[in-house]
Design a protein around this ligand. Structure first.
Ligand SMILES: [Zn+2]
Length: 236
């Protein structure tokens, strides 16, 4: 499977607010991530959440040697000691790269409507994909809503699945076949365990589900190396 590339599907189950990639002065304080007027999940948002899911999955399963990650990845602290050798490296450094000079083994793209859906939405629902939400600012000490301090968030609504892609970077081929299969499985596990997406503070926003429908039949095979490793390292 050299150069493996998988399409992922993102189902946003609530409104989406990813922070400011677009500004619309006077109308929104913050606005959902947009791609030419339509909701989109930027690569940086997807990577951030998937990485966190993977970290939690690996840290919660310390019994398995294959799941060991360096302190830098475990603590999510660039100053902590981490992997430095391109030829070795923990699973998270192999997949996402690390500040120690390890290049990322996978490229993760953001999620967008497919072209057909996007043109239909632009033609038929222009403007309806955004919704404004007004809230009161909360007083820092009293923890109470402040009167006359309304602010507005822009949230984007999704009408259909968004689609993105993960692909193996060419230099990841220096890894052994076992490691490559393990890394891909681990990445798929992390995607499937990611259930929220969006800016912090957008309570109730960005509930989501990732899936790999094109690989439906091969999914078990993709996940196998990860669960095999867990079984070998786990309590018998
Ligand atoms: Zn590492």
């Amino acid at each position: 499977m050299p150069g493996t590339s998988l399409r992922y599907r993102l189902d946003i189950k609530s409104y989406l607010m990813i922070g400011s990639s677009v500004s619309d002065p006077g109308r929104y304080d913050r606005i959902a991530s947009l791609d030419d007027g339509l909701a989109a999940a930027r690569a940086s948002s997807v990577i951030g959440r998937v990485k966190q899911s993977m970290r939690e999955f690996l840290v919660d399963n310390p019994v398995c040697p294959a799941f060991e990650i360096c302190e830098r990845q475990r603590k999510n602290d660039p100053a902590a000691p981490g992997c430095t050798e391109e030829s070795s490296g923990c699973p998270m450094c192999r997949i996402f790269g690390g500040p120690g000079g390890i290049r990322r083994g996978y490229r993760i793209l953001g999620a967008y409507y497919d072209d057909q859906t996007a043109s239909w939405l632009r033609a038929n629902l222009a403007g309806a994909t955004l919704q404004r939400r007004s809230r009161n600012r909360i007083h820092d000490e009293k923890r109470r809503a402040m009167e006359d301090h309304l602010f507005t968030n822009g949230v984007a609504l999704t009408f259909d699945y968004l689609w993105g892609r993960i692909s193996e970077a060419p230099h990841h081929a220096i890894r052994s076949a076992e490691e490559r299969a393990f890394d891909l499985g681990l990445l798929v596990v992390a995607f499937r365990q990611t259930v929220t997406l969006g800016a912090s503070g957008s309570r109730g926003g960005g509930e989501c589900e990732f899936d790999f429908p094109d690989e439906k039949d091969q999914l078990e095979e993709l996940l196998k190396p990860v669960f095999d490793a867990w079984r070998q390292g786990g309590p018998s």
